[in-house]
Design a protein around this ligand. Structure first.
Ligand code: GLP
Length: 260
């Protein structure tokens, strides 16, 4: 696992550079898209590179990590709409090139199985962007999630609903109680995981992710088993890392050509 400690804007540029390098090398790449505030500067940087540098998504595909269950099709916080506004509509992506689990399906289990098939049919995810919840969840894999889980319905923890209430007028009652989420096993099949975390409120989750024992209590720790995982954190999110100086030394001496 590689840990890079830098200011938030630099982290966003590093993630965007990795995505641009992938798309230039493989225009038909499959990108894994995260919602939440963590990747928003990455999306800004990608939109800028599309507008100013000709970066094209025209042949690429996008798969979202998760979706709330039951939010109306036109609800602005429905993740499909969030991803459309944050990135898909800002680049040359047609609506059908980006998919997410269908939180409005009448048969949610069938929708989860169909989503797994769609990812597999696309050849799997090349690069998966991730954020992390304060309770250590990735996507919506809350504590207690099976480390081998696949896309399924989950109940959100009170902590996650409180954390996400800021997107719902600060009213936790408006935050859905359930979601569909790629499982940890699903996410682990992506060929490169790039997780972003900023702010002191993420420091404990980041410490557990990188340095804690692998445990369903901190679901992101499963990433320690991934052969190509990159963790991009600012100073505040890195503030509980025991080996921070080693991670800095390693990154500072890394040859530039290596990329993430
Ligand atoms: C949300 C999302 C996750 C996200 C995480 C952190 O609930 N389902 O995909 O990574 O929680 O969100 P944020 O980046 O806004 O802190």
């Amino acid at each position: 696992m590689e840990v890079v400690i830098a200011p938030a804007q630099e982290l966003a540029v590093l993630a965007a550079e990795a995505i641009e390098a992938l798309l230039r090398r493989r225009p038909q790449a499959v990108l894994g898209l995260a919602t939440g505030s963590s990747p928003s500067q990455v999306y800004d940087e990608l939109a800028r590179r599309h507008a100013e540098g000709g970066l094209s998504f025209a042949r690429a595909r996008g798969f979202m990590l998760d979706e709330y269950v039951g939010l109306a099709a036109d609800h602005p916080e429905r993740y499909r709409n969030v991803i459309a506004a944050d990135i898909a509509e800002r680049v040359d992506w047609q609506a059908d090139q980006v998919q997410g689990p269908d939180g409005l399906a009448s048969d949610l289990s069938a929708a989860c199985a169909a989503y797994e098939r769609a990812i597999a049919d696309a050849g799997g995810v090349d690069l998966q962007l991730l954020g992390i919840g304060t309770d250590g969840h990735i996507a919506f894999n809350e504590p207690g999630s099976s480390l081998a889980s696949r896309t399924r319905i989950k109940t959100l923890t009170t902590q996650t609903r409180v954390d996400n209430a800021r997107f719902f007028d600060g009213d936790v009652e408006q935050v859905p109680t359930h979601c569909l989420t790629q499982g940890l096993g699903t996410i682990m099949e992506a060929r490169h995981l790039v997780l972003l975390a900023t702010g002191r409120h993420k420091a404990e989750a980041v410490h557990q992710l990188v340095e804690g024992p692998v445990s369903a209590l901190w679901p992101a720790t499963v990433m320690q088993f991934h052969p190509h995982a990159t963790v991009l954190v600012d100073e505040a999110a890195a503030s509980r890392l025991q080996l921070a100086s080693y991670y800095r030394q390693t990154y500072d001496s890394k040859p530039a050509w290596q990329g993430l």
